[in-house]
Design a protein around this ligand. Structure first.
Ligand code: ADP
Ligand code: MG
Length: 540
């Protein structure tokens, strides 16, 4: 009897139920890796990569990115964490936890042989019920009064930061973050908030500068003579190298006497001086260039009371351009007054051990820069990530101005809703929806576990409160009890929860709908197709 070979040797052929279970188990491992970071009492992770670079983080998306996961099904969880980070910026740990817990709760059903399609249908149905409920419960905040909006935003930012390293300074940073976001124009472009880090000093010395600020770049002699403040200020933005360049590097020149050689040297100087003269003619008093500005140019500008900085990072140059107008020029020929950027004041100031260039009063776009101070490099990096979460949350809240209570309150309420609903239907779906309801409890449970509370006790209290109509009751981290988290001002934009639940449910459904993984052998390992020659068609 002839043997039929369907798949290459070495492919993982487990199919159907065992495959599903093994995928679910793989996801469980990932969830266990981030589980302990959830919430205000969550722990941080220190991750060291192959190059020995250490990162300390509490942010789900950052940790997942650094974990270098290769299991194909478990990678889905990394993707949802990333998408949550990109879409709303916070709730990245929650989304992974929820997806993992949904899978864990339905695993017994998979093992007993319930068809994956039925489970998926139940998850989708639960998701639908949850979405309707969140939309119904979310509290809209009217935009009438500026003060009210501000307090709301500050509270949301503080909740986002309360689980981070900087939670002790959360009120201080909440104010800064809200100021930064409110200083933007209507579209709230994220890249118009610059974040700069200066090691040293304390966190409270961090400051918000309205306008563009960046570190003083490397500079040459002659720099000390240049003035350090202007008002008003005209900025030439360049992508030109202002250095004495040996033009003979680019071309071959043959000379047979010294006089000819001198001419070439003179010409090289002349090229530079022509460029410089054109820039000065344009009327600019600050010159920024993405490329180097050499010592001759620095001296030349200093003699004419012009400030210059070379090797300005591209993002800073772009931000200056957006904020102050003008255009980045690549040749010195067309520099006229109308391509210059304008701003009210330019200053050079000392921040810790660094000197900063500040451009304030920018007419075109509203922009601001956060200058962070603090101890270690890794600490500042984590601070930056935490502020990023908070900034995203504030932006989201401005766009969709509705909030729900955090600390597991909304999850408990959804869980109650699903459990009540499941009692009204019959069949397998009843058990499945009840399982999802149980899965939602992971958030308050984990918040308690991470804080060292008795989770069973607190969850029992919460279940009872919610069944009596206390819809905003959640975990109270400070009192080791439950409390009305809406009154306690633990607020989160409803969009986080909507996004997290949708992504988690989708990921769970996706993992459940895979019943076989077919891995192709790695490229390179595969034998080459029959008898190809060496390069150029030569025979082997
Ligand atoms: P994520 O990456 O999912 O945002 P976090 O570590 O930031 O994870 O934890 C967020 C969770 O912590 C949310 O469920 C939020 O409701 C909860 N939380 C935040 N602040 C408090 C607080 N003061 N009391 C109780 N729960 C809180
Ligand atoms: Mg968070």
């Amino acid at each position: 009897q002839p043997q039929i070979v369907l798949l290459k040797e070495g492919t993982d052929t487990s199919q159907g139920r065992p495959q599903l279970v093994s995928n679910i188990n793989a996801c469980q491992m990932i969830v266990d890796a981030v589980r302990t970071t959830l919430g205000p009492r969550g722990m941080d992770k220190l991750i060291v990569n192959a190059q020995g670079k250490a990162t300390i983080s509490n942010d789900g998306a950052t940790i997942m990115k650094l974990l270098e996961i290769i299991h194909p099904a478990a990678k889905t969880l990394v993707d949802i964490a990333k998408s949550q980070d990109a879409e709303v910026g916070d709730g990245t740990t929650s989304v992974v936890l929820l997806a993992g817990e949904f899978l864990k709760q339905v695993k017994p059903f998979v093992e007993e042989g319930v068809h994956a399609r039925i489970i998926i249908k139940a998850i989708r149905k639960s998701l639908q019920l949850c979405m309707d409920k969140i939309n119904e419960m979310a509290v809209r905040i009217e935009k009438q009064s500026k003060e009210e909006q501000r307090t709301l935003l500050e509270k949301c930012a503080a909740t986002a930061m309360s689980s981070k390293l900087i939670h002790q300074q959360k009120d201080f940073f909440a104010r800064i973050v809200v100021d930064a976001v409110l200083s933007l124009d209507e579209l709230l472009p994220l890249n118009m908030i610059g974040i700069k880090k200066v090691t040293g000093g304390s966190l409270e010395e961090s400051q918000l500068v309205s306008g563009v600020a960046f570190k003083k770049t490397f500079s040459y002699a002659g720099f000390e003579m240049a003035p350090k403040s202007y008002a008003p200020c005209k900025i030439a933005l360049l992508n030109i190298e202002l250095e004495l360049k040996a033009e003979r590097d680019n071309a071959e020149v043959r000379v047979d006497n010294v006089r000819e050689y001198q001419k070439i040297v003179d010409a090289e100087w002349q090229i530079l001086y022509n460029k410089l003269a054109k820039i000065v003619e344009s009327g600019a008093n600050v010159v920024l260039s993405k490329l180097a500005i050499g010592d001759v140019a620095t001296q030349y500008f200093a003699d004419r009371d012009i400030f210059c900085a070379g090797r300005v990072p591209e993002e800073d140059l772009k931000r200056t351009m957006k904020a102050c107008g003008g255009a980045v020029m690549t040749t010195a020929n067309d520099i006229k007054a109308d391509v210059l950027g304008l701003c009210e004041t330019f200053k050079e100031v000392q921040v810790g051990g660094e000197r900063f260039n500040l451009f304030q009063g920018c007419p075109n776009a509203k922009t601001s820069t956060l200058i962070l101070r603090g101890g270690a490099e890794q600490f500042l990096e984590e601070t930056e990530r935490s502020l990023h979460d908070a900034i995203m949350i504030v932006r989201r809240t401005i766009k969709h101005d509705s909030v729900v209570a955090g600390g597991g309150a909304i999850e408990m309420e959804l869980s109650r809703l699903l459990r009540d609903y499941s009692r009204t239907i019959a069949g397998k779906e009843q058990l499945l929806i009840a399982a999802i309801a149980k899965g939602l409890e992971i958030i308050p449970r984990q918040l308690c576990d991470n804080a060292g509370f008795d989770a069973t006790n607190i969850l029992n209290k919460l279940r009872q409160k919610h069944s009596l109509g206390g819809q905003w009751y959640g975990v109270d981290i400070t009192k080791e009890d439950i409390s009305d988290n809406f009154e306690q001002c633990v607020w989160e934009p409803s969009i986080i929860k909507i996004n997290a639940l949708t992504a988690a449910a989708e990921a769970a459904c996706m993992i459940l709908s895979v019943d076989e993984t077919i891995k192709s052998p790695k490229a390179g390992e595969a034998p080459m197709a029959g008898g190809m020659g060496r390069g150029m068609g030569r025979p082997m």
